[in-house]
Design a protein around this ligand. Structure first.
Ligand code: PMV
Length: 366
């Protein structure tokens, strides 16, 4: 089920784009970090379980899409002027899916330029920011040609739906604050096919939550995410995980409604460790944590016992995200500088925070 792309972007005839004319849109879109982890998928890029994430502020991808009317060479020919860019097939696949829904774009040729604010080697999910930035740019060009008026809410739903088909977690990056992807009884309107913003259910203080990303290893990811999700298909603990994640989500939504940081710490840390437990007990297994990751986890828990409101989460990799309220920013920085920085590769820490969501840098004139 898609949110009506055909109807939203309906045109009775293709738009009149003069030969050689260029139409450009550019969006800056952030990465996100999941508090409740999406792990495992069903055919059609649908999640096995619901997930909840915080959108970041500084870890962003800026993508410019330029449409040229060149019917002889339709589609996306290059990315950053390279025809062999590793990310290009993903964008081409997405464009092919979109053409099935909205055939009038099939004569367009696209030039795509993209840039990340963070180094590739940091393990920050560039697919979430990259796919959502591309989709938002492309859809805003299409929106400028749509015959019917479109609300922003419909536009973002379409962007989330299409982003999901490029990379699951990308559908959550379309919204600032906190986003939920996956149907769950805990949240009305939730869906497996797109993410929804959940800020109305969350205490406003959490919008200033900080995230310090401690780079333990800058080696390239040893487990591609498609491979990782496939490990859940025959996982001995899959059923238990589904039960656990539903309870975690319900409890976390409540803890976040009342900004109960202690309860959030317990749940978010348990989610991160559950993800790694699933990885470690799959066939083949994935042991992605490094000794320094485990050391940071221990030190973080010790600091919390002593009263510092800080907790961790992990992606499918060795780097550790420390989450803490803005009110303790300086204390946590001191803690990192004194006790954790030596455990980081080249002492690299990226200080990020909960962000406002994607920003349109250039919007096309119809
Ligand atoms: O969106 P993908 O396919 O890269 O998967 C992301 C999986 C995790 O980052 C481990 C969890 C999540 O929900 O983001």
């Amino acid at each position: 089920m898609n949110p009506g792309l055909r109807e939203l972007f309906h045109r009775s005839t293709p738009p009149d784009v003069a030969p050689g004319q260029k139409i450009t849109a550019e969006w800056r879109s952030p990465s996100n970090i999941a508090f409740i982890k999406y792990w495992g998928k069903r055919p059609g890029q649908l999640p096995l379980n619901p997930s909840l994430s915080m959108t970041l502020e500084k870890a962003v991808t800026t993508t410019r899409v330029t449409v040229v009317n060149e019917p002889l060479h339709p589609g996306i020919g290059s990315l950053n002027q390279q025809t062999g860019h590793p990310f290009l097939p993903k964008l081409q696949h997405l464009y092919a899916l979109l053409m099935e829904e909205v055939p009038w774009i099939s004569s367009w040729t696209l030039e795509v330029e993209t840039q990340n604010s963070f180094p590739h080697s940091t393990g920050i999910a560039s697919s979430a920011s990259g796919i959502s930035a591309f989709v938002l740019s492309l859809l805003s060009i299409m929106r400028s040609f749509a015959e019917r008026p479109m609300t922003d809410a419909s536009f973002y739903r379409a962007a989330s739906w299409l982003s999901r088909l490029g990379s699951g977690s990308a559908c959550r990056s379309v919204y600032g604050g906190f986003a939920l992807w996956g149907a769950t009884e805990s949240v009305p309107g939730s869906s497996d096919t797109l993410a929804i913003p959940v800020d109305p259910y969350i205490h406003p203080d959490l919008k200033s939550l900080r995230d310090a990303i401690l780079i333990v290893s800058s080696e390239p990811k040893s487990l591609a995410s498609t491979q990782g999700h496939a490990l859940m298909n025959a996982h001995p603990f899959a059923e238990g995980r589904m039960q656990q994640v539903d309870e975690h989500l319900k409890e976390l939504m409540h803890a976040m409604k009342v900004a109960d940081l202690d309860r959030m710490a317990t749940l978010v840390e348990n989610e991160a460790l559950s993800l790694h437990a699933l990885l470690m007990t799959s066939h083949p297994d994935g042991l992605l944590l490094k000794p320094a990751s485990v050391e940071i986890i221990h030190l973080t828990r010790e600091a919390r016992k002593k009263g510092l409101p800080v907790f961790f989460t992990l992606d499918a990799g060795p780097n550790v995200h420390l989450l803490y309220p803005a009110s303790h920013e300086e204390d946590v920085k001191q803690f990192i500088e004194h006790q954790l920085i030596e455990l980081c590769s080249e002492k690299l820490v990226i200080y990020d925070r909960c962000g406002e969501g994607p920003v349109a840098v250039i919007l096309p004139q119809a």
